[in-house]
Each structure stands twice: as structure tokens, then as C-alpha cells.
Design a protein around this ligand. Structure first.
Ligand code: SF4
Length: 247
């Protein structure tokens, strides 16, 4: 089986310019929000690129992730890998134990497959509430959103404002999937082994599957639903009615 690097890494026109622009945006964000800016990392390929750039250029941006309690072992393995490779620890924000126990007791371990409402309720407990704590003392956050990822993300700006008024930086907005893997390959960036197994977008274990050739980038997320492949982490109140709530 070929690796994700073999399949996707390709130097394309404009990569060096996009890279320089990304580093500049990260540096500007850190300067504008000293001690109050965080990379909310999903530990996916894009966020590993950002982790590499933050560490390589010693940009003062904290790293934090949502440990939903439902992540693959391959995803969790990146936490010690980041510490070993870069000497940076990633803050972990987990859901409230009572809330998850109550939800599972009331609706079952696989309730997210039973209805969109139960899936959203699970995402609220395991992602949205921990995200609120992750962001509580921050005035800005950084994401790995790219315009190419899906139609819902086609107009992602470099800089945005979330519903709470925080600055939200999307410095990889213009990067291609080839750029992401070219950077990973060129710099020896650690990445999730699931990417080699045809998981382009990785969320919780029960809600993520591999994609087939020709399938959309996010087709493996909540694949049993017909709605769009977003979970709420990157959906504003203004657009929530037309978009489902994504790691
Ligand atoms: S992605 Fe699935 S398991 Fe994870 S929080 Fe959402 S519904 Fe729950």
C-alpha cells in the first residue's frame, strides 16, 4: 500500500509564497494576541503542518486539542510524538465525565448513528463544551481550515471573527492538499498513520471512515447522514441553519 506522502506530496507553483504568507500570518497573530492565542489542533495533517511551523519558527502560539474520548489510538499517538519531535506539549480538553456517562446511559454508546439530533448532542458534549473551555481565556485561535476541503469551506478567509468576537486565523486557507503533504514530506513532520489508510479527514472513531477513490475529502465523516459534513466547531450562528455542525 502506498503512503499518503507517496500519493499526495507534490511541489506545486506558489507553494513557497503560500508558506511565507502562512508564517507571516502566524507571527502577526501571535504579536497581536500575546499569550492569548491558541492553535486548536485536530491533529490532522493540516494542523501538523501548523504545529511544525509554530515550533520551527518559535512562534508563541499555544497548542490545544479536544480529547473527545472517542479518538483513534493513531490520533492520540501524535501527542507524545509532538512532544518528542518539537518539545512542545499539547493541552488536552476532555468532555465532562458526568455528561458523557449520562448521555451514553440515556441513549446508548452509538446514539450518534440514531439521529442527527443525537449526533449533534454528542458533538455538543464531547466537542463544543470542551472547545468553549479551550477558548475561554484566549482572544484568538488558529485553525487548519482550507478552502479546498469542502464547498462549505470554499470561502474561508485568512482572518475571521468567531461568534464570541475572538479573532480566528486560517493561515492555510489557500493551501492545496499537495502543499500540505509536500510540507510534511520535506520537513519530516509526524502525521496520523490513518492518512496512509485513506482517511483524509479524521475525527472520532465511530464517526470517521476511509474514503474511496473519487469521494469527497470529507465523505468519510458522518457518512450515514445526508447533511453537510460539519460538526459545529467552525460554523457560525449566522450559518448554522444551513450547515450541520467538524473536528
Ligand atoms: S464526531 Fe461522533 S463521537 Fe465525536 S463527538 Fe461528534 S457524534 Fe460524538
Amino acid at each position: 500500500m502506498s503512503t499518503a506522502i507517496e500519493r499526495h506530496a507534490r511541489a506545486t507553483a506558489g507553494y513557497d509564497q503560500r508558506l511565507a504568507q502562512t508564517v507571516l500570518l502566524l507571527q502577526q497573530g501571535a504579536a497581536a494576541h500575546p499569550g492569548r492565542i491558541v492553535l486548536a489542533t485536530s491533529l490532522g495533517a493540516e494542523d501538523m503542518v501548523l504545529t511544525d511551523l509554530i515550533a520551527r519558527h518559535q512562534i508563541p502560539i499555544a497548542l490545544a486539542t479536544l480529547d473527545t474520548g472517542k479518538l483513534h489510538a493513531e490520533t492520540l499517538a501524535l501527542l507524545p510524538a509532538i512532544e518528542t519531535r518539537y518539545g512542545i506539549s499539547v493541552e488536552r480538553f476532555a468532555p465532562r465525565t458526568e455528561a458523557t456517562l449520562h448521555f451514553v446511559k440515556s441513549h446508548g454508546e452509538m446514539a450518534m448513528r440514531d439521529s442527527v439530533d443525537l449526533r449533534k448532542a454528542c458533538c455538543n458534549i464531547r466537542k463544543m463544551e470542551p472547545l468553549a473551555r479551550l477558548l475561554a481565556d484566549r482572544s484568538a485561535w488558529v485553525t487548519g481550515l482550507r478552502r479546498e476541503q469542502s464547498g462549505a469551506r470554499a470561502e474561508v478567509p485568512f482572518e475571521d471573527t468567531d461568534d464570541a468576537g475572538r479573532a480566528k486565523f486560517n493561515p492555510l486557507a489557500e493551501w492545496t492538499w499537495h502543499d500540505v503533504w509536500h510540507h510534511i514530506a520535506s520537513n519530516g513532520v509526524p502525521y496520523n498513520a490513518l492518512h496512509d489508510r485513506f482517511f483524509p479527514s479524521i475525527g472520532c472513531e465511530p464517526c470517521t471512515r476511509a474514503v474511496s477513490l473519487g469521494e469527497d475529502f470529507r465523505a468519510g465523516r458522518w457518512w450515514w447522514e445526508q447533511s453537510s459534513k460539519e460538526c459545529g466547531l467552525h460554523v457560525s450562528a449566522a450559518t448554522e441553519s444551513s450547515q450541520e455542525i467538524s473536528r
